[in-house]
Design a protein around this ligand. Structure first.
Ligand SMILES: Nc1nc2c(c(=O)[nH]1)N[C@H]1C(S)=C(S)[C@@H](COP(=O)(O)O)O[C@H]1N2
Ligand SMILES: [Mo]
Length: 542
């Protein structure tokens, strides 16, 4: 069968995997230095769009449960990292398989280099094509990225074939012992050199890439001062509320860099302000092409403190944040475009293929529905939707496209947008939720002869607001908590409850009532398909 073990498909898989490391490192370095696409991320993003929603959900649940099990701090950042690692592992696995196929093929033919090139291209060309179709983050021209990707995979294949030749080479039958020993020695030397070369390219490529992708100055030093945000020079509107959050409560106003991030991209779309316009077209009297400056200068700006939550946020999770958004009412932009009488819906499309549709009557009725271009007084960060995103009160983030490129006025409803097509709730109205951030046993409060433990956290019910929050201990009576004035009627509310201290083990629970008087749902329900419900609980050993 095989001349020796060194030329089996198994050896091919090992060689394919070994050579995948320098290939991926060089692709990564090129992505950082030259702005070409990074094929593993393109493949991953493509899969995220074409795979059935149930499979994606299973994948996300898997990642999120690992993050929870490892007790990682920042769910959305850890999940993005996990996705990126998975993407690289996936391509490495594909290359191992391709290596096995290559070695199997090479048993039959002499044209080693050709076979290597063909197998390399069979993997590389589809990836190059995906880069053209799906990539929205690379700076290099798509055809250049594609040619580079294809060439790099071709080189991988040729290198694999070359390794095969060395491994498979055997002394002709009848070679005397000493000469055969030289063969073996040469091969050993070759393997050592191969290992050294792949390790060097991998470490240098990946290391340089990592170094260069980090904004200077080097780690440890403070970053070059970013432009100051609105909050650097303004007090929050509720700054003199006498009720102070219990120590350990999350920040009421989320710094931009700490805002959770969820989207279907391994790398966020990088849109260039100079090339970008918002197209408003379809069933309108007056189609528009608006630049970012048109939006900023041509409309009265609207500022609003907003809490945004992901529908995938579990009860007590960290996929919820509060920022100060600035933009223009969608209504004002639509009015300027003058929708025709039969144009009932606004179909909003994003650069990454994401979309959402909403009735124009909603925009007419609620001026808070806004096209937002700033957070904390600064242009939106790339990962949060630069240059334009929408805000729709009372809905989960899945209904609120970032990186908006166009609004089509149409008479057909079609479907409820990207995640609805993948099986999530069509309305996606936020569920009321309340969370215990802290039982501050280290910050006891003396009140006369009573010692109190500050307990506190957030409650959120979209634009319905929060009327009341209640806390109970060890399933006892529910007691009302105190509420801080919220930043606006569309943000969470900080609550606090000072509990008479007793030593022992306790189980604290919280629930809320929304502005309309509706109680939070206490039955536990998973995030799919319409958002998590259930009581949040925190144990404390006092
Ligand atoms: N274009 C686009 N917009 C998007 C998404 C996306 O994948 N692509 N994800 C949505 C989801 S699920 C959420 S929760 C919010 C999150 O916004 P943030 O990352 O700024 O917090 O963006 C929404 N807008
Ligand atoms: Mo989300």
């Amino acid at each position: 069968m095989y001349r020796n073990l060194r030329s089996t498909p198994l050896a091919g898989a090992l060689v394919g995997g070994l050579l995948a490391a320098p290939l991926l490192a060089v692709l990564y370095l090129a992505a950082v230095v030259a702005g070409t696409t990074f094929p593993p991320f393109d493949l991953f993003d493509w899969l995220a769009r074409v795979l059935p929603g149930s499979l994606i959900r299973a994948g996300i649940n898997f990642i999120v449960s690992i993050i929870a099990a490892l007790n990682l701090e920042d769910t959305s950042r850890s999940a993005k990292t996990a996705e990126q690692v998975l993407a690289v592992v996936l391509v490495a696995a594909i290359l191992m398989f391709a290596g096995a196929v290559l070695f199997a093929l090479l048993r039959y033919g002499r044209r080693e280099r050709l076979a290597g090139a063909v197998v390399g291209l069979v993997v590389g060309l589809p990836l190059a094509l995906l880069g053209i179709i799906i990539n929205t983050s690379a700076a290099a021209l798509p055809p250049i990225s594609a040619i580079w990707t294809a060439t790099a995979f071709l080189a991988w294949g040729v290198a694999g074939a070359w390794v095969y030749r060395w491994l498979a080479a055997a002394p002709p039958p009848g070679t005397p012992e000493p000469a055969a020993a030289v063969y073996a020695l040469d091969r050993r030397r070759f393997l050592v050199q191969l290992g050294g070369a792949t390790a060097t390219i991998t470490v240098v490529g990946a290391g340089l890439g990592a170094l260069l992708s980090r904004p200077l100055p080097a780690d440890g030093e403070p970053q070059a001062a970013a432009a100051p945000g609105w909050s650097d020079s303004h007090a929050l509107p509720n700054a003199d509320d006498p009720l102070k959050p219990a120590p350990g409560t999350r920040p009421e106003f989320t710094p931009v860099r700490d805002h959770y991030r969820i989207d279907v991209n391994a790398l966020p779309p990088a849109l260039d302000e100079a090339d970008w316009t918002l197209s408003v077209f379809g069933l309108v009297d007056n189609p528009l092409e608006l630049t970012l400056d048109d939006l900023r200068a041509g409309f009265e700006p609207l500022h609003q403190f907003i809490t945004l939550s992901c529908i995938s946020n579990p009860v007590g999770g960290d996929l919820i944040s509060t920022q100060r958004w600035t933009g223009v009412p969608l209504r004002a932009v639509l009015d300027r475009a003058a929708p025709l009488i039969n144009g009932g819906y606004a179909l909003i499309r994003s650069a990454d293929g994401f979309d959402e549709i909403l009735p124009i009557t909603d925009a007419r009725r609620d001026e808070r529905i806004m096209l937002a271009y700033a957070w904390d007084g600064l242009p939106l960060p790339t990962e949060h939707g630069f240059p334009l995103r929408i805000y729709i009160p009372n809905l989960y983030g899945m209904k609120q496209p970032k990186w908006i490129v166009s609004i089509e006025v149409t008479d057909r409803y079609e479907d409820g947008g990207y995640w609805v097509r993948k099986g999530w709730d069509e309305v996606a109205r936020v569920k009321s939720t309340s969370v215990i951030d802290t039982v501050a046993a280290g910050d006891l409060v003396q009140d006369g002869d009573r010692t109190l433990v500050p307990v506190g956290g957030i409650a959120y019910a979209g634009s319905r607001g929060i009327r009341a929050v209640e806390v109970r201990v060890n399933e006892g009576e529910w007691f009302p908590a105190q509420l801080r004035a919220p930043l606006s009627e569309t943000t969470w509310v900080i609550w606090r409850y000072d509990w008479p201290f007793q030593a022992g083990e306790y189980r604290f629970e919280v629930r809320c009532i929304d502005g309309g008087g509706a109680a939070q749902r206490e039955e536990r329900h998973d995030v799919y398909p319409s958002g998590a419900t259930g009581l949040h609980m925190r144990r404390a050993n006092l």
